[in-house]
Design a protein. Structure first.
Lengths: 356, 248
């Protein structure tokens, strides 16, 4: 199979098209605009839905409208603009509608800047919309994974009738790497029993989140959480290296997942027993595996391009069984392998460093 | 025997409207139901609903319905229509939903010329939350948030929705009608039907603003409320067709 040299943003756009995305609606914002530009070229030509919307409030609601008819629908945006979509995301969850949101993080808060950042882990994973809900969050760390996880996002969104976020960042979005565009084994999900298509020859359908009966309301929320329990059972993904004998495990997601690997390789050269652990699904989070690792390894460093967001989930998973330290920088120049390795050495202590 | 009265197929036979006595929503929904029936599109219809007194439309209408966040019905209608261009798509919104919180979505849906129909009930107040000042509240009108009457200095002016929509190049039809009297109800029906036909013909966005009474929040009897529509609202919100691309 031939590889294409392509940016993360364009790779996501092509993957969405290949995955059968019927409708794409978005509003421009750096550093993800290339997704919309790419799709504006190919979607209308293929007779698929494309609107450059007047706002992110409009674009997420257009996506909801399309999704309600059973179409595969997607939008993409970044940070401060995804703040505008939180209402829509909460509605999509309540309506049980499948949709895909590509989030390409930039620095915040507020307008922040277009520097790459991972400061919207919390925004994606715990969300800013109202109500008890979860969104599946997939975090690629390579351009190839941008392709793979975009395909997976469409499948999972349909499978669970829930929004899925692909959480990228400005660095991954604009970086070019070789990637393969192949066929994926995901089956088509039948939505003919719920999609709004006009009530021809059947009882009319209503898609709604409003429920005024208290008992029924509680049942509806429980139904959502039954789905989340199913996701936690079936969909957890992570990548780990050299954890079997590790004295310290570096944990990171997305772009920073690359740097912890580099730090591990560098440290191993010096005889420092470093392992790495990279959650690929941020919800559902790989709690169980991290907890198992903490039975053996007692030192963890969480490296993020933020001031400490995923670390909270790592701490919950490890539940006091090991020491957990955060290192991070919220915007722009990320921590490189030597900085991460230095922090690992400090955590392991002088005696350890002298012994290797 | 000739049948002279029939509940539209659009309306469920066991529907129990949840509107207050004397409210014009019931009349508006009947007219819209008749128009959809006459156009023969009931089974191809998808509605995008608003947050407000008509939120329960899906309990009254025998059609597929999507409940939308407050103000976002036209954006969701856009998504529906782009995904399913063969369907008949309408929104049914209040003045607050369409012209306050959702005005950006509304005006751009018109500007893009989305082939959908929007019906906007203008009763100059937020009915469901108990009668606060809305975008169309008349100057001097007492509401729960304008206890001394709406003043232009403090609150600005009532919005002329149908005229705004008519200014958009993508709009194919924009009209304002009233339900205060039988002749006006007949004209309202014609406008609603026309708006539906314009969508089916694929001419662009179609819009009908309906002046409606809200006796509960206006603290009036139904008769007083209709008199109020005639004497206080129509002079500020003139009735008529502001744009019709089928008429050169």
């Amino acid at each position: 199979m031939t590889k294409t040299l392509i940016s993360g943003n364009k790779a996501i756009a092509q993957a969405a098209f290949d995955a059968g995305c019927d409708c794409y609606f978005s509003y421009p914002i750096t550093p993800q605009t290339a997704i919309g530009e790419y799709l504006s070229e190919i979607m209308p030509k293929a007779g698929r839905g494309y609107v450059c919307a007047e706002s992110e409030i409009a674009s997420i609601n257009m996506v909801i409208g399309a999704a309600a008819t059973g179409a595969k629908a997607m939008t993409s945006s970044s940070s401060c603009a995804i703040s505008l979509m939180q209402e829509g995301l909460a509605y999509a969850v309540g309506d049980e509608l499948p949709l895909v949101l590509i989030s390409v993080m930039r620095a915040g808060p507020g307008l922040g800047y277009i520097y790459p950042s991972q400061c919207d882990y919390d925004q994606a994973v715990t969300g800013g919309g109202n109500g008890d809900y979860r969104i599946l969050v997939l975090a690629p760390s390579t351009v190839q994974e941008c392709v793979d996880l975009t395909h997976k996002a469409f499948y999972l969104s349909q499978k669970y009738r829930n929004p899925v976020i692909v959480l990228s960042d400005g660095l991954l979005g604009q970086m070019m790497e070789p990637a393969e565009f192949v066929k994926y084994p995901y089956p088509e999900i039948d939505n003919s029993n719920w999609a709004l298509t006009g009530a021809k020859g059947r009882t009319p359908r209503k898609i709604r989140s409003l429920e005024i009966n208290e008992e029924k309301h509680n049942q509806n929320i429980q139904h959502l959480f039954d789905k989340y329990a199913q996701m936690e059972k079936a969909e957890v993904l992570y990548e780990e290296h050299n954890v079997e004998d590790a004295d310290i495990i570096l944990v990171a997601f997305g772009t920073m997942g690359r740097n912890i690997k580099a730090a591990m390789n560098l440290g191993r050269k010096y005889g420092i027993k470093i392992g790495t652990f990279r959650p690929v699904t941020l919800f559902p989070f790989p709690n169980k595996r991290l907890s198992e690792l903490a039975d053996r390894t007692k030192k963890f460093i969480v490296a993020e391009m933020n001031m400490g967001q995923m670390i909270k989930d790592v701490q919950i998973a490890i539940n006091g069984k090991a020491q957990v330290k955060h290192i991070g920088r919220p915007a722009g120049a990320w921590l490189d392998e030597t900085e991460i390795l230095d922090e690992a050495k400090i955590m392991l202590g002088e005696e350890y460093a002298a012994s290797v | 025997m000739q049948q002279v009265f029939k509940i539209p197929d659009c309306i469920k036979k066991d529907a129990k409207f949840t509107f207050c006595p004397g409210c014009d929503h019931g009349v508006a929904l009947r007219l819209l139901g008749d128009a959809i029936d006459e156009c023969g599109v009931r089974e191809d219809t998808i509605a995008a609903l608003c947050v407000g007194c008509s939120v329960f439309l899906y309990d009254f209408y025998d059609i597929d319905c999507l409940e939308c966040p407050h103000g976002r019905a036209t954006a969701e209608a856009t998504g529906i229509k782009r995904a399913r261009p063969d369907k008949f798509v309408f929104t049914y919104q209040g003045d607050g939903d369409f012209a306050a919180i959702g005005f950006a979505e509304s005006i751009y849906t018109a500007t893009r010329g989305e082939k959908v129909t929007s019906i906007c009930i203008n009763n100059t107040t937020y009915g469901m939350t108990g009668g606060q000042m809305g975008p169309t509240t008349l100057l001097g009108q007492v509401t729960t948030t304008t206890p001394y009457g709406r003043s232009a200095e403090l609150n600005g002016y009532p919005m002329k929705i149908a005229e705004h929509i008519a200014l958009c190049d993508g709009t194919a039809f924009s009209a304002r009608v009233s339900l205060d009297s039988v002749p006006n109800i007949i004209k309202a029906k014609q406008a609603i039907k026309k708006a539906c036909e314009v969508q089916i013909q694929g001419l662009g966005f179609s819009f009908v603003e309906i002046l409606s009474s809200c006796p509960t929040n206006w603290k009036m009897t139904p008769q007083e409320a209709h008199k109020h529509v005639k004497e206080k609202m129509i002079p500020i919100f003139p009735l008529g067709v502001f744009k019709d691309v089928t008429k050169g």
